[in-house]
Design a protein around this ligand. Structure first.
Ligand SMILES: [Zn+2]
Length: 358
C-alpha cells in the first residue's frame, strides 16, 4: 500500500485508488465548470500531471498541460474530448511553473488553438536566458556548475549527458502574458488569484479559487512527496529559504481543498505545510551532523553522506544531480542561518561554524 501521511483527508479518492493500482486515474468532473485531466509523464515515477480545465466564456482555460511527448498530447486531446471539448476550445493556458511536465505542451496547445500562455516573470526569465536556450551552452554551464559543487570532471560528465538530451528542455515555449503575485488570472467567471511561491522554481505560482476556497497548488504542496528544492546554475541563491517562506505564505490561506499537480487532491493545508517544513528541518539537522563528521567536504561529497531512499551508488545521471543540488540548497541554508561556514572560492567546502560549536 502507498503510505499516505497519517490522518490525511484525501478527497481525490479515485486518484489514490488508481495510484495504488498503478493505473492512470480517470478524467474527473470536480464541479459544474471544472475538470481534472491526468496527462501521463512517460517513464517518470510521478506518472502524471493533473491538467485542470476551467469552463470560461464558452471556452476553456487550462492550468498546466503536461510533458512534451506525443503520448502526453494524445492523452490531453482525448481528455478534452471526453468532456465534450477540443483543443481548439482552449482560450488560455496558466502555467504553474516552467518545468517540462507542466509547460511542455503549452506551445502546442497555443499553436492548435491560438490560446494565450501565462506564467510568472521569474520563470519566463529563466526560459528566456540565453544560457538555457541553447543545448550546447546549457550542458557547458551545468558541467561547470557541478564542478563548482565538488564533482570531478569525470563525475560531472557522467552525470550531465549529451546536449541532445537537453533539446526537450530548451523547447519550452515563452509565455505571451505574465502573472505576478496577487494578480487575478484572466479567466472570466472565475476569481483565480495568483500567489507567487518561489522555491521549487523562482517563478512558481499557486492559484487560489476565491469563490470555492480551492488552492491550485502546482508542485508547491503535494500530498505525499516533497518538491525538489535545488540550487541551479542560473537562478537565485537561497531556494530553500524562499521555499520555506512560500510554505508559510500559503499555510493559513482560507481554502478547503488542495488541488495539486501530482498525486491526489486532499484537505488539511496547514498540517501538510507543517509536515513539509518539518521534513526540511530534519534534513538540515542530518546535514549539519554530516558537515560535523566531514569537515572540509563539498556539496557533492556531503550528498553521499546523507540517507536517501536507496543506496547512494544507485544514484546516477539526473538523479545524482538532483540529490547534489538539493543538498547544496540545504547547506546554503545552514550557512545563511550561521550554523555552517563556507570556504568560498570556486569550489566551496563547509565546516561547522565556530559559534555553532560553542
Ligand atoms: Zn511537476
Amino acid at each position: 500500500m502507498t503510505a499516505i501521511p497519517a490522518g490525511q483527508d484525501v478527497t481525490g479518492t479515485r486518484q489514490l485508488a488508481a495510484w495504488r493500482e498503478r493505473v492512470m486515474p480517470p478524467v474527473e468532473q470536480l464541479a459544474g465548470d471544472l475538470w481534472s485531466i491526468p496527462v501521463p509523464i512517460p517513464r517518470n515515477p510521478l506518472r502524471y500531471v493533473s491538467s485542470y480545465a476551467f469552463a470560461s466564456g464558452g471556452g476553456l482555460v487550462l492550468l498546466d498541460t503536461g510533458w512534451a511527448a506525443e503520448e502526453s498530447w494524445q492523452a490531453l486531446v482525448a481528455g478534452l474530448g471526453s468532456i465534450g471539448a477540443s483543443v481548439e476550445d482552449v482560450r488560455g493556458v496558466l502555467v504553474s511553473h516552467m518545468h517540462l511536465d507542466h509547460a511542455g505542451l503549452a506551445g502546442r496547445v497555443r499553436e492548435a488553438s491560438g490560446a494565450w500562455v501565462a506564467m510568472h516573470p521569474a520563470d519566463r526569465a529563466l526560459l528566456a536566458s540565453a544560457d538555457l536556450g541553447d543545448p550546447e551552452r546549457a550542458v557547458a554551464l551545468e558541467l561547470a556548475f557541478l564542478r563548482s559543487l565538488g564533482a570531478s570532471a569525470e563525475e560531472a560528465a557522467a552525470s550531465v549527458g549529451s546536449p541532445a538530451a537537453y533539446r526537450l528542455f530548451t523547447s519550452i515555449t515563452l509565455p505571451d502574458r505574465e502573472l505576478s503575485d496577487g494578480d487575478l488570472a484572466d479567466v472570466p467567471g472565475w476569481r483565480l488569484r495568483a500567489v507567487h511561491t518561489p522555491g521549487h522554481t523562482p517563478g512558481h505560482l499557486c492559484f487560489v479559487d476565491e469563490a470555492a476556497q480551492r488552492l491550485f497548488a502546482g508542485d508547491h504542496i503535494l500530498p505525499r512527496i516533497t518538491p525538489n528544492i535545488s540550487v541551479h546554475p542560473v537562478e537565485g541563491a537561497r531556494p530553500l529559504a524562499n521555499y520555506l517562506e512560500s510554505l508559510a505564505k500559503v499555510r493559513d490561506l482560507d481554502v478547503d481543498e488542495i488541488m495539486p499537480a501530482h498525486e491526489w487532491r486532499f484537505r488539511g493545508l496547514a498540517q501538510r505545510a507543517d509536515d513539509i517544513a518539518a521534513h526540511h528541518e530534519r534534513r538540515l539537522g542530518e546535514l549539519l551532523a554530516a558537515v560535523a563528521d566531514h569537515p572540509g567536504a563539498t556539496s557533492w561529497d556531503l550528498a553521499g553522506h546523507l540517507t536517501w531512499s536507496r543506496s547512494w551508488d544507485q544514484y546516477s545521471g539526473r538523479m545524482r544531480i538532483s540529490a547534489v543540488t538539493e543538498t547544496a540548497a540545504h547547506v546554503i541554508e545552514l550557512v545563511r542561518r550561521g550554523l555552517v561556514s563556507s570556504s568560498g572560492g570556486d569550489v566551496p567546502t563547509y565546516r561547522v561554524a565556530a559559534r555553532a560549536v560553542g
